[in-house]
Design a protein. Structure first.
Length: 127
């Protein structure tokens, strides 16, 4: 795999943006990202939810708040984003954040009822 492949560039590109990412997304989308997240939230259900590419965990927390008896696993490739997600999610007992590659999950897929993936079509392989 080329060092310039999207999968290899993502950690480098996002490594130093974790603290400002939420604000940048809010401004760049003129606040519509929260509309999109609420729309996604309306469609979610299940007893266990995997949030792939969870980033800083905004949607993960929204899911956890709406479904307090549901286990939510947030997976991301960028450690600094997971650090922000964990820091901002300390009050949630139903969230687990995991540093993993979405293409090579080590999570028991049979135990997950719903998978959610946001903004990752540039990284996921095209089959």
């Amino acid at each position: 795999m080329s060092i310039y492949s999207p999968k290899n560039l993502v950690p480098k590109f996002f490594a130093n943006t974790s603290r400002s990412y939420d604000k940048i997304v809010r401004y760049a989308t003129f606040g519509k990202d929260m509309l999109w997240k609420r729309h996604i939230l309306d469609k979610i259900h299940g007893k266990s939810i995997l949030d792939l590419a969870c980033g800083t965990g905004i949607l993960t927390r929204m899911i956890a708040q709406k479904f307090q008896d549901v286990t939510i696993v947030g997976v991301d490739l960028t450690p600094s984003y997971l650090d922000v997600a964990k820091s901002n999610s300390k009050s949630f007992k139903n969230i687990l954040f995991v540093h993993q590659d979405a293409e090579d999950l080590k999570i028991g897929q049979n135990s997950i009822q719903l998978y959610h993936l946001t903004f990752q079509n540039i990284v996921m392989p095209k089959h």
